[in-house]
Design a protein around this ligand. Structure first.
Ligand SMILES: NC(=O)c1ccc[n+]([C@@H]2O[C@H](COP(=O)([O-])OP(=O)(O)OC[C@H]3O[C@@H](n4cnc5c(N)ncnc54)[C@H](OP(=O)(O)O)[C@@H]3O)[C@@H](O)[C@H]2O)c1
Length: 273
């Protein structure tokens, strides 16, 4: 029986989504689940959800927990972790989802050695997320199992032995929902220009995005081949593809993703301050 305490610190967009999934899927015994945020109104959403603990007292939550999942903003990581150095249990597993904060920084600031750094994306809230993660060698098999039980319910997860791949994940899937939302929004605007109402245009473009994504995923199609199948020779879709290629849409996308990647890397510290 799992008697370990799991606490989630920070119940903003990401933390509350992860907490919702844990509760809905029954991943963790509710009496051993502690949800903590400084703002009492962030806790309201979790009232009457069973025998879990809701608190604004971060230190008490951390002191009691074998697993501490930190979902606070990156700039808050250093003061929060250094302030709790003496509070963490010796055997505590720290899980951080903070963008750009390295395992080394987390270790230096917290003095904990068992650390998992994960990079989910927002669709994790629905169980359709993509999460890349890495772990220090000190994380035990059992702790990895506990983490994988949680992350597995957020969507697809991928382990990387090399931490730098988390910056690639940040640029591809962390920022990725924006890329698809942007294109969907642009398509809808064009639909409006062509006479549709905004609601009609958005319904059409969102359903098209969902349908294409479902086909690619569930039929395990190669996206490049799928482009070729839909853009059949001499057809209407091919006309659009010709413009994409002539005007270099691929290059624009690459520049955008590279720029996000370099921004993720640039937040890496040169020294463990
Ligand atoms: N949103 C995404 O798409 C996404 C994707 C991948 C990773 N992440 C990472 O997830 C983390 C959280 O992002 P978010 O978008 O959920 O941010 P957010 O909405 O700002 O949520 C952070 C929450 O943490 C609370 N908090 C701060 N310090 C605390 C403390 N000492 N104890 C308890 N609660 C505390 C904040 O309260 P106050 O407002 O009072 O400070 C806020 O409610 C970030 O590090 C981000 O890099 C986010």
């Amino acid at each position: 029986m799992n008697t370990q305490f799991l606490c989630i610190i920070g119940l903003g967009h990401m933390g509350s989504g992860i907490a919702d999934i844990i509760i809905e899927k029954g991943i963790w015994p509710l009496k051993n689940l502690i949800l903590c945020d400084l703002l009492p109104q962030q806790l309201k959403h979790f009232e009457n959800r069973g025998p879990l603990t809701l608190t604004t007292k971060t230190q008490a939550a951390v002191q009691k927990s074998q697993i501490v999942l930190l979902s606070i903003r990156p700039q808050e990581m250093k003061p929060v972790l250094t302030g709790m150095q003496d509070i963490f249990r010796n055997d505590a597993l720290l899980v951080s989802v903070a963008a750009g904060i390295t395992v080394r920084q987390i270790g230096d600031w917290s003095r904990c050695q068992k650390i998992i750094r994960a990079m989910p994306n927002l669709p994790a809230r629905l169980g359709y997320g993509m999460t890349g993660w890495t772990a220090t060698p000190q994380v035990t098999k059992m702790q990895r199992c506990h983490f994988q039980r949680i992350v597995g319910q957020l969507g697809v997860d991928m382990y990387f032995a090399e931490e730098n791949f988390l910056n690639v994940i940040t640029a591809l899937s962390g920022s990725g929902p924006m890329y698809f939302a942007y294109i969907t929004s642009e398509l809808a605007k064009i639909g409006v220009k062509m006479g549709l109402t905004l609601q009609e245009a958005q319904t059409i473009t969102k359903q098209t995005l969902l349908g294409a994504s479902m086909m690619l995923t569930y039929h395990q199609l190669d996206p490049g081949e799928f482009v070729g199948q839909v853009a059949s020779r001499g057809g209407t879709t091919e006309q659009a593809l010709i413009i994409f290629e002539k005007q270099g849409l691929g290059r624009i996308i690459e520049n955008a993703v590279q720029s996000a990647y370099h921004h993720a890397i640039s937040t890496l510290p040169s020294s463990p301050d």
